[in-house]
Design a protein around this ligand. Structure first.
Ligand code: AMP
Length: 174
């Protein structure tokens, strides 16, 4: 049995949220169950393999939940990539396409030192635009990406193809 099957079983499909035609993958049933939440953190932490991880980077907002807990487990620091206008100090920004228009994410420019080992985490990989923008920021700061890990991947949207040759792992694929 796939070691993530129990996590998959807990993901709740919410139809037509946030708009008609979208099937939203609701991960809150995983968060609210202590055993499932612990397992998700353990499995995401294991995606780093034997690499030493200096910083775990989480993407606003559900990515924070997983990345912060994984950082604790790996004895690494936690770095937030946030939507524009939320980080207080000097930032770098990257834009990405949404279905309508574009969005911008930011990172503090002193968040990562060149050459630091970074594990990037988000809850879900869909079209890949968000993770692509995050990787652009991390590459710009000279991070060494040891992994890009997701709880969920919607493989039919082929977001992976935007993320180049980085090592990508998803615990649950649809
Ligand atoms: P994308 O940039 O298209 O890969 O979208 C990824 C981001 O949007 C992630 O941060 C997810 O939290 C969110 N997202 C996109 N599609 C869904 C979905 N069907 N269910 C839940 N979250 C989603």
């Amino acid at each position: 049995m796939d070691q993530s099957n129990h996590l998959r079983a807990a993901v709740r499909d919410v139809h037509d949220f946030p708009k008609p035609g979208i099937v939203f993958k609701d991960i809150t049933p995983i968060l609210s169950d202590s055993a499932l939440f612990q397992d998700s953190i353990k499995l995401l932490a294991e995606t780093a393999g034997d690499a030493t991880v200096d910083k775990v980077v989480g993407i606003d907002a559900r990515g924070f939940i997983f990345a912060a807990a994984v950082a604790d487990r790996l004895n690494a620091g936690f770095i937030p990539i946030r939507k524009k206008g939320k980080l207080p100090s000097t930032t770098r920004e990257a834009a990405y396409e949404l279905e309508y228009g574009e969005a911008i994410v930011e990172i503090h420019e002193d968040a990562i030192k060149p050459g630091e080992n970074v594990l990037l985490i988000d809850d879900l990989l869909a079209t890949g635009g968000t993770a692509e923008a995050a990787l652009k920021l991390l590459d710009g700061l000279g991070a060494h990406i040891v992994g890009v890990s997701f709880l969920i991947e919607l493989t039919f949207l082929d977001g992976r193809s935007k993320l180049g040759t980085k090592p990508i792992t998803s615990l649950i694929c649809y």
